[in-house]
Ligand binder design. Structure first.
Ligand code: AMP
Ligand code: ZN
Length: 488
């Protein structure tokens, strides 16, 4: 286990030396998706970032229990406990069972995660599978006096909690500012304070997903699911809690308050937050309608994209920026990444063909150390990538017969590639798509030439058949005055 790993802790706002509570075991909880629609690339960025953290900790020898939940109930349209449950709303619109929505988007989410080569978490619990645990925590918080019940709903008393504890520890904001900037909202008259949030919400008869409780029929608030599931699977205190940065002011702030009120303990030693994937500087979000969906990216079928990008190229693109910085998504940025990615993977293929010779003056062991230093510095993947390009340069000079590498240097380089590119960055060697694409382009153009000749000879049955058979093969032909074009 590497003793020098430093992690930026949102809670303390400092980079800290990572110390597991109970080495070699590490407990990591990451807030998962709300499965009411397709996950977009922004969601994917967060989960890829934690996949790399999971992979790196595992590489260092820790036995990581990685829990990433599925939110399948309780996430309302607004963070202020108003509006409809996102899943129920979708189910009503589609006239299906809420669990059909959950199933569809959970399966879709898993497919995307697999395409992007993120490892499955150790446990993937669902909110609906932990209703009793959520009720028990709410009950305990009520008993301890940090919550109150009104007409079948249970609310957390933020002002009471804040008198004894630091409610805003995660954001460092002033409570007075928060109070000032939070509006009174319609439909919230039951709350004593404007920062109070629901632990349990009374269900109207028409609410689709509701459960029996000691307070009557209802459903859990959003935040309590993560307190319940992290405590159940990782204990009252565990090592790492993560999620997107947008979760800090409300979801994670409230989660910490719940845990402290419930058992007197702040749940995680290290809070890690990933920054947002943006489009023209704006957060990529379902509600802003600026999302790119993974399949649009892989196929290139999006009006802002000139072509498709492979899942591994997209994964590489995400890692070229540190997880705590914003990353702007654009066709140009992806094109630049693709060039880098192709160079890196091409050099891997080249490395495997090199034969040993004389010792190279470059110190390959130092290069490996630099790769570890980059990852030990708060998982700094862009710096890691810059060191890997040093390796690319060395490999290319050897391939060009301008230098040599000894057998042990070759082995070290191979282990650097295996560990950092394959195991830690999770990149897979893809078949050389560019060659396949070029060959396909040539073949289709040959077929289109033959079709044009048929047309010129007035053999319309032949030309129509060619077009139909291309369509059947997934190739769309468009005829215009300038000639014929095609796309997949
Ligand atoms: P959701 O499905 O909206 O509940 O979000 C699932 C995860 O994706 C959460 O950890 C969010 O913080 C994260 N997330 C949402 N939008 C973005 C974005 N544009 N960039 C990075 N992470 C995001
Ligand atoms: Zn959560």
């Amino acid at each position: 286990m590497n003793a020098s790993l430093h992690i930026y802790n949102t809670l303390t706002r400092k980079k800290e030396l990572f110390k597991a509570i109970n080495p070699p075991f590490v407990g990591m909880y990451v807030c998962g998706p709300t499965v009411y629609s397709d996950a977009h690339m922004g969601n994917a960025r967060t989960f890829i970032s934690f996949d790399i953290i999971f992979r790196y900790l595992t590489h260092l020898g820790y036995k990581v229990r990685y829990v990433r939940n599925i939110t399948d109930a309780g996430h309302l349209e607004s963070d202020a406990d108003v509006g409809e449950d996102k899943i129920s709303k979708k189910a009503k619109l589609a006239q299906v069972e809420p669990m059909e929505i959950v199933q569809k988007y959970t399966v879709g989410f898993h497919e995307i995660m697999q395409q992007l080569n993120t490892l499955p978490p150790s446990i993937e619990p669902t909110a609906t599978g932990h209703i009793i645990e959520q009720q028990q925590i709410a009950e305990e918080i009520l008993k301890k006096g940090y919550a109150y019940e009104v007409n079948g709903s249970v609310y957390f008393d933020v002002e009471k909690f804040a008198k004894e504890h630091n409610y805003t520890a995660l954001t460092g904001r002033k409570l007075e500012d928060l109070l000032e900037n939070t509006r009174e909202l319609d439909g919230q008259e039951e709350k004593k304070g404007r920062l109070d949030f629901a632990l349990w919400i009374k269900a109207k008869p028409e609410h689709l997903m509701q459960w029996k409780s000691q307070w009557g029929q209802g459903f859990p608030g959003w935040h309590i699911e993560c307190s319940a599931m992290s405590t159940k699977y990782l204990g009252e205190q565990f090592d790492i809690h993560g999620g997107g940065m947008d979760l800090t002011p409300t979801h994670h702030t409230n989660e910490i308050a719940q845990n402290v009120a419930y058992c007197g303990k702040q749940p995680a030693n290290y809070w890690i937050h990933t920054n947002m994937l943006t489009v023209s500087g704006q957060k990529m979000s379902k509600s802003l309608n600026n999302s790119f969906l993974p399949h649009e990216l892989f196929s290139g079928q999006h009006h802002l994209l000139s072509k498709g990008y492979s899942p591994m190229c997209v994964r590489f693109f995400m890692m070229q920026t540190h997880y705590r910085s914003t990353l702007d998504f654009s066709d140009e940025a992806l094109q630049a990444s693709e060039k880098g990615f192709d160079r890196l993977m091409e050099s891997y293929r080249t490395l495997l063909t090199l034969t040993a010779g004389k010792e190279n003056p470059e110190n390959i062991d130092v290069l490996r150390e630099k790769c570890y230093e980059a990852m030990n510095d708060d998982f700094n993947t862009p710096v890691l990538i810059s060191h890997l390009f040093e390796a690319v340069r060395i490999i290319n000079t050897v391939n060009d017969k301008k230098a040599e590498l000894s057998a042990s240097q070759l082995d070290t380089l191979k282990s650097i590639y295996q560990h950092f590119i394959i195991d830690i960055m999770g990149l897979k060697v893809e078949e050389d798509n560019s060659k396949t694409a070029k060959a396909l382009d040539k073949v289709v153009n040959i077929v289109l030439d033959m079709r044009n000749k048929a047309k010129a000879n007035k053999e319309f049955a032949v030309s129509d058949e060619i077009r139909q058979r291309l369509t059947d093969a997934g190739i769309q032909v468009k005829d215009s005055k300038e000639g014929s074009t095609w796309k997949l």
